[in-house]
Design a protein around this ligand. Structure first.
Ligand SMILES: [Zn+2]
Length: 131
């Protein structure tokens, strides 16, 4: 059985020790100082990724709250006066925001920027309508 070298970071096995891990770029042949610098940077990157994931989750919750408020608003109006010509746009908007909340976990930047644009243009047009 051959002796293999295993990357301490990503557990990739090599028959011979490479200079750099092909998967995670761990510098096998570098000095101990450079190796610890690499590990430190990797740790920092992971922290940034975790923080970004938290921010995306927060944005997702905000989108769900906005969507939920719109749906609730529609339902309350409907229950108060079923014959009233209720604004179906509130329901649609609520559902769109809830949908963008789910979409934010796949394409966060796109989901958040589109829904923000939608919200701002809605405020803009409703301000125009009030005048
Ligand atoms: Zn590796």
């Amino acid at each position: 059985m051959e002796t293999t070298v295993v990357c301490t970071i990503c557990n990739t096995s090599y028959a011979l020790e490479p200079k750099v891990c092909s998967k995670c770029e761990y510098p096998f042949s570098a000095s101990e100082k450079d190796k610890s610098t690499f590990v430190g940077q990797l740790f920092r990157k992971k922290l940034i990724i975790e923080e970004t994931k938290d921010k995306i989750k927060r944005a997702q919750k905000i989108l769900w709250v906005i969507g939920g408020i719109n749906v609730l608003y529609f339902l309350v109006l409907l229950s108060l006066n079923p014959t009233l010509n209720v604004n179906v746009l509130d329901l649609l908007l609520g559902l769109v925001f809830i949908g963008f909340g789910f979409y934010a976990s796949k394409k966060p930047f796109r989901a958040i920027s589109i829904s923000l644009t939608l919200l701002l243009s809605l405020y803009f047009f409703s301000a125009l309508a009030i005048r």
